[in-house]
Design a protein around this ligand. Structure first.
Ligand SMILES: [Zn+2]
Length: 296
């Protein structure tokens, strides 16, 4: 009984703090913003999830529908694109296979879009058959693919397993702008996304993706201060977070402190001020306890 109360208490606090932060930032639930310094690159935000879309003179390249828990949410995405252009929706490209980013694409499919994802995403989606998630029409292998449409070049690149085994990076070389979801963040502490990640491969992938020629990236969730773009400095910070967490938990695990008391007690003071730290700390400890304490 006490446990139930505890869980309810946490749920209420989390909801209240999310509502408070949304109000503090004064932001509407859905918003579309053009990326500064570009002619035709936009960020669509639905609550706390973001997707990039690019408007060209031959059609629109859209990405994640970001309509989790909202089966018709893709209609809002389409409506937001329609406020900017009447060009046909040519492509929807999935960043990775997680439903919280890619469910709700039916409206875009009905509008004629061709859905593209990494082949691991396609295989996963075919087996899970989520009723609200469109299965891709086309799969990209590990060597990636380049899409050219109406004067825009978009390079799809794969950096192996990190946050998922199906994460595609989308690079706009002319704009020196990249879109990557959940495995790259702009100043926020990792949380639930740790659960099915492979953190050591993730760290290596972050070091490699930094070699690409870009100045800014768009993450899948707003960064600290509500930013819609980040820089390589943010990637360096995330590498630092993962490396410090890994090395710290490794010591705890080898001292027999995983899962408890490490999950409950272990702190990372260096990162305590990052948004997401309070909720994400124990999840990060749990993932590294699993790695160093169990070997998985
Ligand atoms: Zn994810």
């Amino acid at each position: 009984m006490r446990k139930t109360f505890g869980k309810l208490g946490i749920a209420v606090i989390v909801t209240a703090s999310l509502a408070a932060s949304a109000m503090a930032q004064g932001r509407p639930p859905i918003e579309t913003r053009k990326v500064d310094g570009t002619d035709n690159v936009y960020v669509f935000r639905n609550q706390n999830h973001m997707a990039m879309f690019v408007v060209t003179k031959a059609g629109v390249i859209a990405t994640d529908p970001v309509a989790y828990g909202k089966p018709n949410g893709g209609e809002q995405y389409l409506a937001e694109i329609r406020k900017v252009t009447s060009q046909p929706i040519k492509y929807v490209i999935y960043s990775h296979h997680h439903f919280d980013h890619i469910s709700g694409g039916k409206a875009l499919k009905d509008a004629g879009a061709r859905f593209i994802a990494h082949r691991n995403a396609t295989a996963r989606l075919k087996s899970l058959k989520d009723p609200n998630t469109v299965v891709p029409d086309e799969s990209v292998g590990d060597r990636g693919r380049t899409i050219k449409l109406g004067g825009t070049t978009l390079e799809l690149k794969y950096f192996g397993t990190n946050h998922s085994d199906s994460s595609l990076v989308m690079l706009l070389p002319k704009e020196k702008l990249m879109f990557a979801v959940d495995w790259i963040s702009a100043g926020t502490f990792p949380g639930r996304g740790m659960t099915d990640s492979q953190p050591l491969l993730w760290i290596e992938a972050l070091k490699r993706v930094k070699q690409l020629d870009f100045d800014r990236f768009i993450p899948g969730h707003p960064g600290n201060g509500g930013r819609i773009t980040g820089t390589k400095t943010d990637i360096d910070q995330l590498i630092d977070v993962l490396q410090v967490a890994s090395e710290t938990v490794k010591v705890e695990a080898r001292a027999g402190k995983c899962w408890d008391p490490a999950e409950k007690e272990l702190q990372f003071p260096k990162f305590a001020k990052m948004p997401g730290y309070e909720n994400g700390r124990w999840l990060t400890v749990q993932r590294f306890c699993s790695l160093w304490g169990r070997g998985t």
